[in-house]
Design a protein around this ligand. Structure first.
Ligand code: FRU
Length: 518
């Protein structure tokens, strides 16, 4: 009798298990909620805003509409992190008010209390953001956007908006937004870079409240396929030298190298009032038209943190593209951020390269690893199904003795869906092809073309670092000299990685790490 009962229990359990399996499709949480890229619990998110470090914590604010999954009246959402990897979402920091929605902007740690909002013991954090006034917009007015400030004395738990906002009125320019402020230590002044339609405006201030226009930059320089947005001006030492240059990141939408939104950069000098590209960068622009921070379709509005220890310049971008961001197939939340990346500046005889690589803090999450050395054949299995979890992985690829053929890596699942990427030494380019990656028929131009990044030479040796989450890949070629970031929406998480090639004689050293992260 006992046996019969236990057999019945086993049969019933098995059946209900089967039933549950055949009925239940994986949820969007299981399929697309990133394992380690920041995404809000619910609602719409776009640009990162107000990035700063203070008192052992990194702060990330973001363009946020909590009541819907499409763009709407903008707030600043807020998340914090001890290590730039694990983020914890906290309360909304800034709400729209009578002056308008709270558009993109920055935050600074006011160490000398120049604003007078705090005191010498308790340094205020001051947020500088754009007010976008929907009523003036409806009335067809030009002066829709102005700049406001707010401060926090308790590490961003609470914010007080300045009573005399706006601090910078609209001068008659329709697109006039996204203030990014830094402390210019040499001249003891605050410098604000602001996007003004098709160029950047620079302003200075002694107290973050009164701003003086100094100069404009870029009307006929670089990419101009769309409006300029989210600029970021900062100094950076050249790699291996003490020489300092100034970098201006400018995001544009549309007009990216593979359509839609993207970030470009300029390199030159800043004298406290004017930013000018130098001779070498001028030559570079004559050849390349624009220098791109990331060639993939999904890294927009990248800007940097204020006050990072050891003067590191760390950036985060929004991992989407205005071409289809509002249609991506998630309902509860929309979009995530890139991993935090450290930028550095390399000078070559052909120009400057603004390299970016994932922050070192990711290494402490390495859990399980595999290492292989492979003589590359036509078809090579790199990661098999049960080896490591490819929905939270970092993979270092070291390719040697390559010939002028094509090296195609594929992330695959058991449904036959795949993301292809790699190096085409014949065409001299890097590529990502997500046309067969699962859900692709939403939005505009999501998967209608292969993403490409040109290479200046045929590479016989090359390195690639891959950061793979459930719904994204970030590819860092040769220590971040070229970067491609893209999102995807498979109907089952990817579980295999392969490499196919049409040449022979090459080899690959391959290190893959599963991350211990939730
Ligand atoms: C860039 C952007 C900014 C603006 C914000 C509005 O994605 O258009 O220029 O401040 O988004 O949400």
């Amino acid at each position: 009798m006992k046996k019969i009962i236990s057999t019945l229990i086993i049969a019933a359990t098995f059946q209900s298990g089967l039933h549950a399996q055949s009925d239940s499709k994986p949820s969007e949480e299981q399929l697309y909620r990133p394992n380690f890229h920041f995404t809000p619990k619910k609602g719409w998110m776009n640009d990162p805003n107000g990035l700063y470090y203070k008192d052992d914590a990194y702060h990330l604010f973001f363009q946020y509409y909590p009541d819907g999954n499409k763009w709407g009246p903008m707030h600043w959402g807020h998340a914090t992190s001890k290590d730039l990897v694990k983020w914890e979402e906290t309360d909304i920091a800034l709400y729209p008010d009578d002056l308008g929605y709270i558009f993109s902007g920055s935050a600074v740690v006011d160490k000398n209390n120049t604003s007078g909002f705090g005191d010498s013991k308790n340094n205020p954090v001051v947020a500088i953001y754009t007010y976008h006034n929907p009523n003036r917009e409806k009335d067809g007015k030009i002066d829709v956007e102005s700049q406001g400030i707010a401060y926090s004395l308790d590490n961003s738990k609470t914010w007080t908006k300045y009573s005399s906002n706006p601090v910078l009125k609209n001068p008659g320019i329709r697109d006039f937004r996204d203030p990014k402020v830094i402390w210019d230590a040499k001249r003891k002044q605050w410098v604000m870079a602001l996007a003004a339609q098709d160029r950047a405006h620079l302003y200075t201030s002694k107290n973050l409240k009164n701003w003086t226009f100094q100069s404009e930059f870029g009307k006929d320089l670089g990419g101009h396929g769309g409006v300029w947005e989210c600029p970021d001006l900062f100094p950076l030492k050249l790699e291996g030298s003490n020489e300092e240059k100034w970098v201006l990141i400018v995001n544009i939408n549309p007009g990216g190298p593979n359509n839609g939104s993207a970030g470009q950069y300029f390199v030159g000098d800043f004298d406290g009032k004017t930013f000018k590209i130098d001779e070498l960068f001028t030559k570079q622009l004559n050849k390349e038209k624009a220098a791109w921070l990331d060639w993939g379709k999904d890294n927009y509005a990248s800007v940097s943190f204020d006050n990072v220890p050891q003067d590191k310049r760390i950036i985060i971008g929004w991992m989407s593209n205005w071409e289809y961001a509002q249609e991506v197939p998630t309902e509860t939340w929309r979009s995530s951020m890139t991993v935090a990346r450290e930028v550095s500046l390399k000078k070559t005889k052909d120009g400057y390269i603004l390299k970016n690589i994932p922050v070192a803090q990711l290494k402490k999450y390495h859990e399980k690893s595999i290492r292989k050395t492979i003589n590359i054949k036509a078809e090579n299995q790199l990661v098999g199904k049960s080896e490591i979890d490819l929905s939270k992985a970092i993979i270092d690829l070291d390719l040697k003795k390559m010939s002028s053929g094509k090296y195609t890596f594929a992330l695959k699942n058991t449904l036959g869906e795949q993301v292809l990427f790699g190096i085409d030494n014949k065409a001299k380019e890097l590529f990502i092809d997500r046309s067969k990656s699962g859900k692709t028929d939403f939005g505009k131009n999501y998967a209608t073309s292969v993403t490409k990044a040109p290479l200046s030479q045929v590479y016989s040796n090359a390195k690639m670092k891959l950061i793979i989450d459930k719904a994204s890949i970030e590819i860092f070629f040769n220590d971040g000299e070229k970067v491609l970031t893209e999102i995807f929406f498979p109907n089952e998480n990817f579980s295999e990685l392969t490499l196919n090639t049409d040449t022979n004689g090459s080899s690959l050293v391959f290190n893959a790490y599963q991350l211990n992260i939730k």
